[in-house]
Design a protein around this ligand. Structure first.
Ligand code: CO
Length: 210
């Protein structure tokens, strides 16, 4: 059997098991999705949103990219964000990074990776903002781990800087924003940074005419 054929076989077994547990499972989900959460995570194969949070299909709207970035010119991210906030009306947005993130590690080097340089530039900017704190750490792994945490914090703040989130804060008093970091070594998620709906930002980022 070819490697990819195993996936199709496993899929059949999974679908059969779901129906056995809950005969209405697929017919219910086929009518609507009402997730309460938007998950912005790393593409890393070891950090599957549903599995590590014990959630089922239908519970989390998911966007993943290298190093869980919220880049304000990224049309893909913005489309997901607007749909999640305006249409699905999610109550919480989670940015979940992970220790040992290859994207963050690469951003801390001076190596050129080709087209991915443009993506990593956003992480280098986070380093520059927090250079003093990162550079006070002498051990390489500690520097990477701290940048991973600070990167999550900055991405949560990037969400708060969007008119999409600010407009919903004004009209609905949600979504609440959460910055988490997952440990690949023990499977535990640590909460790093929280932003309640309506939290004030540096005024230059606050729109006054939404
Ligand atoms: Co990663």
């Amino acid at each position: 059997m070819k490697a990819y054929e195993r996936l199709l076989l496993e899929n059949k077994a999974w679908a059969a098991e779901k129906v056995l547990d809950d005969p209405e499972f697929f017919s219910r989900l086929s009518h609507l999705q009402t997730p309460e959460f938007l998950w912005i995570g790393c593409s890393d194969s070891r950090v599957p949103a549903n599995e590590i949070t014990g959630t089922q299909p239908g519970e989390i709207f998911v966007h993943r990219n290298i190093a869980n970035m919220v880049v304000h010119t990224d049309l893909n991210l913005l489309a997901v964000l607007q749909y999640a906030v305006d249409v699905l009306k999610v109550k919480h947005i989670i940015v979940c990074g992970h220790y040992g993130c290859g994207g963050v590690k690469a951003a801390l080097t001076q190596h050129s990776y080709g087209i991915i340089n443009k993506w990593l530039r956003n992480i280098k900017d986070v380093y520059r903002i927090h250079r003093e704190e990162i550079d006070s750490l002498k051990i390489d792994d500690e520097r990477v781990d701290r940048l991973i945490e600070l990167n999550v914090q900055e991405q949560v703040m990037n969400l708060a800087k969007t008119s999409i989130v600010q407009k919903s804060w004004k009209n609905n008093h949600y979504p609440h924003l959460h910055g988490w970091v997952y440990s690949i070594e023990n499977g535990i998620i640590k909460s790093i940074f929280e932003m309640e709906a309506g939290t004030h930002l540096d005024p230059i980022y606050e729109f006054d005419d939404l």
